[in-house]
Design a protein around this ligand. Structure first.
Ligand SMILES: [Zn+2]
Length: 494
């Protein structure tokens, strides 16, 4: 071979070899999906395509998930939560599970059919609610995870369930686990509290349902495209903490109104719900969304839905949509007023300002109960009075709770029963904020909480972040105050 030819070939190969990593880095950081994610401050974009069969309670789905490794570490696995798998087994012999399973539970789960990483079929391991997929995922790289699955919807008293009128699918789709300074968060589904810890992401979700059904969801409600016997919804929900939706049969109707540029809806069952209750609770939604927007910072989405469903939970907060216990709608009770306002407050404390609800349930839950009472005192003083006296009544056995390490600052895993959880997180925790408000006044309290909202909007806040926001305004005394309450060190409660 001619020597010159060899040199040219060698140089060409060398240049090509150099170009490959440059090209791949270029591709990965300039991909339009990456650009969009970086611009919105999220690291994951989900594309779901779902076909819902309300008869068999089966959702057949695929997902294309684009995830950017922004951890500054090269990772060898990616983890997802498959929350419905918590309901695969309905014989748990545990009173806390029985509370959420109800009297006649039926199992449900997600079955994985196939997983691909960057186009190649991949191995994976499912251990109860956690899916682990091995991959080579360098820092700053984008990876595409494709899932094919079926979701068998369970029947229980919880937020992933159904009845003869509807299916409500809260936290039912695969969602990437959070990677933080402790590594991947792969907690199982705990039977007490709301065992969720999620980050903001973008969602594009296509849902196909039979034409007599309609869909409401976390994102903007849209009109369906009608195709033969189906309604096809093309939904976008950007920068939300998770994506939930409900499939509503023709028994459902809605009351809808505008608050500024926001649409507020209340979905109810035509033949069983009291219209008086529907209108009353709808007004609570309107007023509470406006109130919290004014006091803490604007609700940053265009759409908020409340759905009457069966279930034990009083209410369940989901991003952009709340489930409210149906009996409040049939019986028109004051609990409904409290519950609708409570779930609205969660849009500030849980959704927009996120937290680790497993490690620090007080941070969203106790603050939400406090904010709800703050709202009720303005608009529904009688309901506020009842709520406060019920909370005080529930505060019992503080010393016993303390010796058992069931403290305001405890993780959900420390609590032994729903009762003690309610007593500590829904009663003592809110009293902590209430007593602070007595000291500094409502206005100061609102203004500090609006600073907190502004600072941690779309992020994950910790209890210490909240305390420091108070310290900035009130000095070190605030720290002492919070720390004693968080340890159940309380005197002169009544
Ligand atoms: Zn709550």
């Amino acid at each position: 071979m001619n020597r010159r030819y060899v040199i040219i070939t060698a140089i060409s190969i060398f240049v090509l070899l150099l170009a490959i990593p440059i090209y791949s880095t270029f591709f990965k950081t300039n991909d339009p999906i990456v650009e969009e994610m970086r611009a919105m401050g999220v690291d994951t974009t989900y594309y779901f395509d779902l076909d819902v069969d309300p008869e068999s309670k089966i959702v057949t789905g695929t997902a294309s998930i684009y995830a950017l490794n922004d951890t500054e570490k090269d990772l060898e696995s990616i983890y997802f939560h498959l929350y419905p798998n918590a309901f695969e087994e309905v014989e748990k012999n545990d009173e806390n599970w029985e509370t959420i399973l109800g009297d006649f539970p039926l199992p449900g789960f997600i079955e994985m059919k196939e997983i691909k990483i960057d186009g190649e079929t991949s191995n994976y391991v499912v251990k109860n609610t956690i899916l682990e997929v091995p991959l080579e995922w360098k820092t700053n790289e984008l990876t595409k995870v494709e899932l094919a699955f079926t979701l068998n919807v369970p029947l229980n008293n919880n937020a992933i369930s159904y009845d003869q009128y509807a299916m409500w699918l809260g936290n039912s789709l695969p969602i990437k686990s959070v990677y933080d300074e402790s590594g991947w968060n792969t907690d199982p589904y705990y039977p007490i509290g709301d065992p969720f810890y999620n980050e903001m992401a973008n969602y594009h979700v296509k849902v196909k349902v039979p034409k007599e059904y309609q869909v409401t969801n976390t994102g903007l409600d849209v009109s369906p495209k009608i195709e033969e016997d189906s309604n096809i919804y093309d939904i976008t929900a950007n920068k939300v903490r998770s994506f939930s939706f409900a499939i509503l049969g023709n028994e459902y109707d809605k009351v809808e109104s505008q608050i500024g540029n926001k649409t507020i809806r209340t979905w109810y069952r035509k033949s069983i719900d009291s219209m008086e209750a529907v209108n009353r609770f709808h007004e609570v939604s309107e007023k509470s969304i406006a109130f919290f927007s004014e006091k803490y910072g604007e609700y940053p989405y265009e759409d908020y839905d409340v759905i009457a469903t069966r279930g034990f939970f009083g209410g369940m907060e989901l991003p952009g949509v709340s489930l409210i216990q149906g009996t409040y709608f049939t019986d028109n009770t004051d609990y409904g007023v409290n519950s609708v306002a409570h779930e609205a407050a969660h849009q500030w404390w849980f959704h927009v300002v996120g937290s680790n609800q497993i490690e620090e349930p007080w941070l969203d839950e106790s603050l939400t109960v406090y904010s709800t009472i703050r709202f009720l005192k303005e608009y529904y003083p009688e309901v506020a009075k009842d709520t406060v006296s019920r909370n005080l009544h529930r505060v019992t056995a503080i010393d016993e709770l303390k010796t058992e390490e069931q403290l305001v600052k405890s993780a959900v895993t420390s609590f032994k029963t729903w009762d003690t959880y309610f007593s500590v997180i829904y009663s003592i925790g809110p009293l902590m904020f209430d007593r602070l408000e007595n000291e500094i006044g409502e206005e100061k309290m609102d203004s500090i909480l609006s600073n907190y909202f502004e600072k941690y909007k779309y992020k994950i806040a910790t209890g210490e972040d909240l305390i420091q926001t108070f310290v900035e305004e009130l000095g070190e005394e605030a720290e002492t105050f919070f720390h004693s309450w968080l340890q159940n060190e309380i005197t002169n409660l009544h």
